[in-house]
Design a binder for this molecule. Structure first.
Ligand code: SDX
Length: 431
């Protein structure tokens, strides 16, 4: 038995299984042969104790509140880098040289336009459609216009990967803006070639045929930071979905479309919309948040933007966004934002309440993000679309990691069956 083997005793028989240790000391029992050798599977609903893969992209230490992308701390990247650079880092494993950044940024700049015929797809959707339903549908549809990038021929897709990656990072912005314009029955605004990534997005969102919207630098910086902070986060629900779909051999567009659907859920990326709705409800009720905290403790409500499967400490992204929201509101001259006051009160109360302290519930990335997005006049129902615009670079990086894996296996978990045992079929007149 090697020092690192795990010994199982099952029905009186001893079994040894090897263990693995990651580059940051994450330890795992390698149970890939468990069923073959013991007839048993593991059971871990919600996968809280299960590693689905090994990955070189991001690392989280939930107890310490640490997040790193390819070894760089989120604090360093937030202070010294920008979204496009971090997208390159996540996807290709290294911060770009000047030439690499210029080539990557140029592909993204030149890739902003949608195929003209695609514009007609927007006409077929009801204006009341949820932006995340539209984004998922339209990202998958985008692949139809680029068959060489969405053929499910893995070799061909890897050969054209750089084109697909830049195209998706560029066009997700255009699609997001066009969704907003369609929903508000506004004319579509084309991207410009003389604008940066975020400024072009805000131009497509808020310009009019007779008026060009030039976003303030501080606004672009704040939104750039938001996308950077949402770029990747280990094997969260939506990234695991992307990897699951990719493992079956599906192309990048289909895999990302599935990830968008997973992100939509209110327990995941939909929480940033739910936080603002929660703050507005509390504000409208005249409560300063104290009653709401009691409701959350009694299970009558959930404190949206609080808690995390992995972080049992402050989400480092929440800290950065909280500081940025204060600066953003100051630069926009917004002194007393009632929703921010309620958010601060909720946080202060929850961080000093045993219910939350015992369960190690801290603010997560979604708690303050809505405050910034709202201050930037981004409509609430577009908040999770903004999350997806950031996370798309992490999804692309994870899809590439699955696609490039030699002999990669399809993700196909087992289950514990609890339904009825074998029974005889009964004809309808005898039921
Ligand atoms: C994101 O995984 C990622 O990395 C996600 C993400 C990313 O970047 O991809 O970080 C983005 O999704 C952040 C999370 C956004 N979601 C929310 O803010 C929704 C509110 N949070 C909860 O729904 C919950 O905390 C989860 C979903 C985030 C985590 O759920 P878990 O790990 O399954 O925890 P749990 O539901 O089992 O809760 C454990 C206990 C329970 O109480 P008891 O049964 O022990 O009495 O904590 C309680 C829960 O009731 N609890 C909460 C709570 N979150 C957990 N109680 C009140 N309010 C909350 N928000």
């Amino acid at each position: 038995m090697s020092a690192s083997d795990a010994k199982f005793i099952i029905e009186g028989k001893e079994y040894l299984f090897p263990t693995l240790e990651g580059s940051e000391g994450e330890k795992a029992i390698d149970t890939r042969k468990l069923r073959a050798e013991t007839g048993y599977i593991t059971y871990d609903e919600g996968y809280g104790n299960t590693g689905s893969c090994s990955s070189d992209i991001s690392f989280i230490d939930g107890e310490q509140g640490i997040l790193r992308h390819r070894g760089y701390s989120i604090e360093d990247l937030a202070e010294k880098s920008n979204y496009i650079e971090v997208a390159h880092l996540l996807i290709y494993g290294e911060l770009p040289t000047k030439d690499q950044l210029q080539q990557f940024a140029e592909r993204i700049l030149l890739g902003a336009l949608l195929p003209e015929r695609m514009r007609h797809l927007f006409d077929g959707f009801p204006a009341a459609s949820h932006p995340m339903a539209l984004l998922s549908a339209l990202i998958n549809s985008l692949g139809c216009y680029y068959p060489h990038l969405s053929s499910n021929n893995r070799d061909e897709e890897l050969e054209n990967f750089d084109e697909a990656a830049a195209l998706l990072i560029s066009k997700v912005r255009t699609i997001a803006a066009m969704i907003y314009r369609m929903k508000h029955r506004l004319p579509m605004i084309y991207p410009r070639r003389d604008m940066g990534y975020i400024q072009n997005f805000l131009h497509m969102l808020f310009s009019e045929p007779y008026y060009e919207h030039f976003a303030h630098d501080d606004v672009c910086k704040a939104l750039n930071l938001m996308l950077l902070l949402h770029a990747d986060h280990e094997q969260n629900c939506s990234t695991s979905t992307v990897r699951m779909v990719a493992s079956g051999g599906a192309n990048l567009f289909a895999s990302i479309s599935a990830g968008i659907s997973a992100l939509w859920g209110p327990l995941h990326g939909g929480a940033n919309m739910a936080v603002i709705d929660m703050l507005k409800t509390i504000h409208a009720s005249g409560d300063d948040g104290s009653k709401f905290v009691e409701d959350a403790k009694s299970g009558k409500a959930k404190l949206m933007g609080f808690g995390h499967r992995v972080y049992k400490n402050y989400d480092p992204r929440a800290k950065i966004i909280k500081e940025a929201s204060n600066k953003m509101l100051d630069s926009l001259g917004i002194q007393d934002d009632p929703l921010l006051d309620i958010a601060r009160h909720l946080e202060e109360q929850a961080l000093n309440d045993d219910y939350f302290v015992e369960r190690k519930l801290y603010p997560n990335v979604d708690f303050y993000s809505g405050i910034i997005l709202q201050a930037l006049n981004i409509p609430t129902d577009m908040f999770t679309v903004m999350f997806a615009m950031g996370r798309i670079s992490g999804w692309i990086a994870n899809w590439k990691e699955v696609a490039e894996k030699e002999k990669g296996r399809i993700y196909r978990p087992r289950q514990v069956y609890t339904g009825p045992q074998l029974r005889e079929f009964v004809a309808i007149d005898k039921r």
